[in-house]
Design a protein around this ligand. Structure first.
Ligand code: ADP
Ligand code: ADP
Ligand code: ZN
Length: 214
């Protein structure tokens, strides 16, 4: 199963992608996590991406498309994958279609997690992210067992710099301008499914599974 997660920043893409990946035993590919790992590792790509990310802007398409095309051509992706945070622009969606078609495949579902902007701002302030493995928590809605410590790997949790309210506002307007058009793009391809992302995490996951026919 090849799945794309769509939604505003903070809609719950990462949270649900991790569950979907577990359920179908397929890799969870987060471009945000890939960029953050590159920044941490001090790579050329990380250096190029950092300024855009800190400003709440999108990293240019040419820095992300080949990277994803390469990742999904790896052996562990042969039975499918869940893409979290990619595509985010129409050119990225077109590049993905091309890459998938070149491997004689097709995307099965684009899952749109629908959450209004008001709810997003509250969620982002409470998000805590693992500096090591990328797992995310919420201080109120999904707290870790031990404060500021990752349940999965024991590393420290932080409030991401780009989750501060000013940057969240920029990211939301970038989302509406550049990413929201993908909803129509996948609707036209007849692979769009939409779930109400304001429900609690378990309910959102159940409705995703239902729509994917699991
Ligand atoms: P969120 O979880 O809030 O949706 P991500 O972790 O997916 O955020 O992305 C963080 C930042 O990384 C984005 O604001 C953007 O700067 C960059 N980024 C991630 N994926 C992409 C992409 N597909 N295209 C361009 N920029 C991206
Ligand atoms: P995205 O990857 O779309 O940016 P995340 O999965 O990181 O979103 O979720 C953003 C924040 O909201 C995290 O702190 C997460 O724990 C929390 N969250 C995710 N889904 C829900 C939900 N259904 N209800 C309440 N909080 C949620
Ligand atoms: Zn961790």
């Amino acid at each position: 199963m090849k799945i794309i997660m769509l939604g505003a920043p903070g809609a719950g893409k990462g949270t649900q992608a991790a569950r979907v990946a577990d359920e179908y035993r397929i890799p969870h590919i987060s471009t945000g996590d890939i960029f953050r790992a590159n920044i941490k590792g001090g790579t050329e790509l990380g250096k190029k991406a950092k300024g855009y990310m800190d400003a709440g802007k999108l990293v240019p398409d040419e820095l992300v498309c080949d990277l994803v095309a390469d990742r999904i051509s790896q052996e562990d992706c042969k039975d499918g994958y869940v893409l979290d945070g990619f595509p985010r622009t129409i050119p990225q969606a077109e590049a993905l279609d091309k890459a998938v078609a070149a491997m004689n495949g097709k995307i099965d579902f684009a899952v749109n997690i629908d959450v209004p902007d008001e709810a997003i701002v509250k969620r982002m302030g409470g998000r805590r992210a693992c500096t090591n493995c990328g797992a995310t928590y919420h201080v109120e809605f999904n707290p870790p067992k031990q404060a500021d410590t990752c349940d999965v790997c024991g590393s420290k949790l932080v409030l991401r710099d780009d989750d501060k309210p000013e940057t969240v506002k920029t990211r939301l307007s970038v989302y509406h301008e550049q990413t929201q058009p993908l909803i129509d793009y996948y609707e036209d391809q007849k692979i769009l499914v939409t779930v109400d992302g304001t429900k609690d995490m378990e309910e959102v996951f159940s409705s995703i599974k239902e729509k994917l026919g699991a």
